[in-house]
Design a protein around this ligand. Sequence first.
Ligand code: PMP
Length: 351
Amino acid sequence: MISDRIKKLSPYKTETTQARIRLSSNELPLRLPEDVRLRISQEVSKIPINKYPDPNASALKEVLSEHLRVKEENIVLGNGSDELIYYLNMAIGELSRGVFYPIPTFPMYEVSSRILGRQRVEVPLDHNMDIDLNASLLAIKTHSPVLAFISYPNNPTGRCFTRSKIESIRQEGLFTVIDEAYFHFSKKTFLEDAVSREDTVVLRTLSKIGMAGLRVGILIAKEEIAYEINKMRLPFNITYPSQVIARLILTEFYTLIEECINTVIKERDRLFRELSQMEGMEVFPSDANFILFRSNFPAEKLYKALLDRGVLVRNVSYLPRLERCLRVSVGLPEENDAFLEALEDSLKSFT
Ligand code: PMP
């Protein structure tokens, strides 16, 4: 008796292809030194794994509240921000009302809406990969959605949308989720709105700052909103090891993360310059830790040629507006060099 809603879903595609250099999932290329790894394993070995973890992850929340400069009551933690996207989609407005998001964007907004049977109000981006405000306002008037998901910066296009356009959408009465998964590379935020307004929340994650394997997502909201969302949370959604390791890394080794973020920002700008100089290449500016680019060749052909040379990127050409586009995550300098070399070599082999 599986519902049609679920039967119609296609399984969520995660990238499992093996490659020498993986630049496909927008992870931080953080390499923890041996002594740090040892310190982590010592702490992990002390965990009583026969016991349930702290359901409120209080020790981790305490550190996060210091980092974010918000109260612990403003925070809800999820098993990745993926889980928080589900909770928000379940919690905001009646399910009979729609969900708005510009496309292309992060697929989980669509997936969670489909699972809940909510109407999807999807509006293609304009040619600058920004929100098409007129089309969005028209779609909002026509379909009256109550919830908006905004990836800020947007995955997979890379830029932060114009702030005033987001505000105009919110102005129409939509509860607005600002997904700041890539905040550390953009430094642009709606955090002040999230703690002061009832119609705005911000999502952050530890995934893009070196801890994707821990699965810790962070919702920041006004206390009253956070209180309600927290009621829906599965009781032990942050595992014991995740609570312990995330807290340890954030308190003792955060400078390693900061250094790596700075390297990635510098490398992103270098990659952008180098890609822009390649003939026939269209490169989209990025506020995130990845770059979208379009070549003259079929995306699948270039994707395969790169993979043959040991470099895995993401083929996003099936998405609206993204014909012949690939997305590359920014890695360590030597990984980016290998990518650029593989790209030049692939393009040469086509001509
Ligand atoms: N939001 C955006 C915009 C993302 O790109 C991603 C991951 N690629 C996520 C959320 C999910 O992050 P998490 O690992 O915290 O579930």
